[in-house]
Ligand binder design. Structure first.
Ligand SMILES: [Zn+2]
Length: 176
């Protein structure tokens, strides 16, 4: 990614870096080849945090669950989005995640914090995710003709919740 794209990213979307939310270091890192084909939308199926501090706590607890219970090398998602529009760096760009089985090397996983079966993430959260994905496409991290999909399209899961799944059908690059 060139420096113009980097500065555009930091201008438009405020990323809460790993050090800011108190991430544990990854046990290992695998790099992937950009640009990737897919942007996958997930929900955490927990409670939606409404401010930065509760968002940080939520992300730390997800990382603990993924590392201690699931025995993954790190938090699974590429980025996570809180109800106040905070975007938390998970594995981050250029790294293979653990979010969408069989597609972790060819897609990025964006997780809305909360349960969105019957209700939507806040407008702030939705706008932050859309901006993050658009910037990733502009920066060449996603293919120009990338496919946006809900987790449930790739496996046996309700994720990202029916309300959120119906919402992302209206987003750019949604792929049925
Ligand atoms: Zn999911």
């Amino acid at each position: 990614m060139d420096s113009d794209a980097q500065s555009a990213t930091s201008r438009a979307v405020k990323i809460v870096r790993r050090a800011e939310w108190g991430a544990r270091p990854p046990q290992s890192i695998s790099r992937l080849q950009e640009p990737v084909t897919y942007a996958f939308i997930h929900h955490s199926a927990g409670t939606e945090p409404k401010d930065l501090e509760s968002g940080k706590r939520t992300v730390r607890s997800i990382q603990n669950y993924h590392m201690d219970t699931q025995k993954w090398s790190d938090i699974g998602y590429t980025f996570l989005i809180g109800g106040d529009g905070s975007v938390f760096e998970g594995r981050g760009w250029g790294i293979v995640g653990a979010h969408t089985m069989n597609y972790n090397s060819t897609g990025y996983g964006f997780c809305f914090l909360g349960t969105f079966t019957n209700s939507l993430p806040t407008l702030a959260a939705r706008n932050a995710a859309k901006a993050l994905i658009a910037e990733a496409a502009a920066a060449g991290r996603l293919k120009k003709d990338y496919k946006l999909k809900g987790h449930r399209q790739m496996g046996s899961t309700e994720c990202p919740g029916t309300a959120l799944y119906n919402e992302i059908k209206t987003w750019p690059h949604f792929s049925p």
